[in-house]
Write a protein that binds this ligand. Structure first.
Ligand SMILES: [Zn+2]
Length: 296
């Protein structure tokens, strides 16, 4: 009887051992499964976060945006950060200029010095397709597309119609003489006239120095061959001597845009209040306010 009891207890112990063993195995298996599921879920969450971030980067077109970045930087249009002077100016001229020259090039120097006219927003004002005309034929081809109008009270001074209309309006309000009095050379010029004026002030090496960026002062005195605003029908040289004349010209969209070129006026077709919004910076030299492009 005792032997049977001992055997029974022994079997019971063995059974319990087996059960505990199995329970341990099942518990471990469940734990491993749970751990695997949790790990996969974390990885998937991380992948999703990165994908969302990359998509944000692509949509925002942010250069250098990293998928591991904690706080991706946003473009200015999203955070409403105001544009710089240069960005405002470039945005304004691109519809008329089409291709922006690279900084440091001769074209960039010309755009900085004479490019103010490119902000003109009027549909009937035509801007040149490039910053340098090669020769007379090239210049004439552009000028033949312009609608020119005579400045009232002159012999043969012609400007693009909008520019002439605005100047005629200003001259009706106040006496504003041309620099030479009445001549065509103050107004829309030929390639040959531009070239003749250039040779009056420049020697053989000057153009090369301008192209290399070593000479800039002459640009306020005379424009290099094929580059004058006078070729575009949007500039005139005037004999302005007082503030009232300047005020009336400004009110009619005419401004001094070439620094130190005192008689030279450019038709921009906008008000003075709009110029800073378009990125222009003003510089006052000897009482004259010049409105300059913000290109550096
Ligand atoms: Zn001029």
């Amino acid at each position: 009887m005792i032997a049977i009891l001992i055997k029974y207890i022994y079997n019971f112990k063995q059974l319990m051992k087996l059960l505990v063993k199995k329970a341990k195995f099942i518990f471990t298996a469940i734990f491993i499964c749970l751990a695997l599921v949790a790990s996969n879920s974390i990885q998937r969450h991380q992948t999703l976060n990165n994908t969302q971030l990359i998509n944000q980067c692509l949509v925002a077109a942010v250069s250098g945006c990293s998928a591991n970045a904690q706080e991706p930087s946003l473009p200015k249009s999203i955070v409403n950060e105001p544009l710089s002077q240069q960005e405002r100016f470039v945005t304004a001229i691109i519809p008329n200029l089409k291709v922006m020259p690279a900084p440091g090039t001769y074209e960039y120097t010309l755009l900085r010095s004479y490019g103010a006219a490119f902000i003109n927003p009027a549909d009937d004002v035509k801007l040149p397709p490039k910053l340098i005309f090669d020769n007379e034929e090239d210049t004439k081809e552009f000028q033949s597309q312009l609608t020119l109008e005579k400045v009232v009270g002159t012999n043969d001074c012609y400007l693009q119609k909008s520019a002439a209309d605005a100047l005629n309006k200003a001259r009706l309000q106040f006496n504003i003489p041309l620099k030479s009095g009445y001549g065509a050379s103050d107004c829309t010029r030929s390639f040959a006239t531009n070239l003749r004026f250039w040779h009056k002030y420049a020697n053989n090496k000057t153009l090369e120095k301008v192209k290399e960026g070593k000479e800039t002062a002459i640009l306020g005195l005379v424009a290099p061959p094929g580059t004058s605003q006078h070729l575009w029908g949007l500039a005139i040289d005037l004999g302005v001597s007082n503030t009232k004349q300047r005020q009336i010209l400004n009110q009619n969209g005419w401004f001094q845009t070439v620094v130190k070129d005192v008689p030279h006026w450019t038709y921009l077709g906008v008000s003075a209040e709009d110029l800073p919004k378009l990125g222009f910076r003003n510089q006052v030299i000897q009482g004259i306010t010049y409105w300059l492009t913000p290109l550096s």
